[in-house]
Ligand binder design. Structure first.
Ligand SMILES: [Zn+2]
Length: 207
């Protein structure tokens, strides 16, 4: 588990710092910008092949977990499930979710298209494997949360599967795994930041 402790600038106020077990890794585009969805609401459009299934519920659980983890963490993104298609919504801040065939090691896969000059994801899909029902539900929920975390800019890291949703060694959390992995964001999946406890937490650096 990570922890929170107070650091002190010389002669200055204390700063709360999140201490992480392992370093988060960010996805950068060719211009070195972190790729992420725009601030505000990003719709998660649950396709007809998923609507009303157990997977639909698991995706909505993952959305709630990710929204909860990012709330108050200076990540101004809220995911919102919808059954309306992205094209019918007519917005670019929308992820199309559906089923497809994936390789054996993959439970789900994101395809993110970002603007190279801003890093903002303007078009994306999340594909879950068609035979998702033959795998454990918590494993599929992990995948849903993992793919949403990619949309917040996180890439695969060197954490263990229980420490982070973004564990890189995919073999140990392969789709057939039933336990031993995080199913919701951990502190290691939060966008790292620091804040002072002074001035209502508005100061982000030493005075
Ligand atoms: Zn991934």
């Amino acid at each position: 588990m990570g922890c929170l402790f107070l650091a002190y600038c010389k002669g200055g106020p204390p700063i709360e710092v999140n201490v992480l077990d392992c370093a988060p890794v960010f996805n950068h585009n060719s211009n070195g910008l972190i790729t992420h969805v725009a601030t505000g609401t990003t719709y998660v459009s649950i396709g007809p092949d998923v609507q009303g299934t157990a997977l639909d519920t698991l995706i909505r659980n993952a959305i709630a977990d990710v929204n909860s983890a990012t709330s108050g963490q200076r990540v101004s993104v809220t995911f919102q499930a919808t059954t309306t298609s992205c094209s019918a919504l007519g917005v670019t801040n929308c992820i199309s979710v559906g089923l497809g065939s994936l390789s054996n090691s993959q439970c789900a896969l994101s395809n993110l298209i970002n603007d190279s000059s801003t890093g903002i994801i303007a078009n994306s899909t999340i594909t879950f494997r068609s035979d998702w029902a033959s795998f454990s539900q918590n494993r599929m929920q992990r995948s849903a949360a993992h793919e949403l975390a990619h949309h917040l800019g996180l890439a695969h890291n060197a954490c263990t599967a229980s420490q982070s949703l973004m564990q890189a060694n995919f073999e140990s959390v392969q789709c057939t795994a039933t336990s031993g992995f995080a199913t919701a964001p951990t502190i290691d999946d939060d966008i790292p930041f620091n804040k002072t406890v002074y001035n209502g937490g508005t100061e982000n650096s030493c005075p």
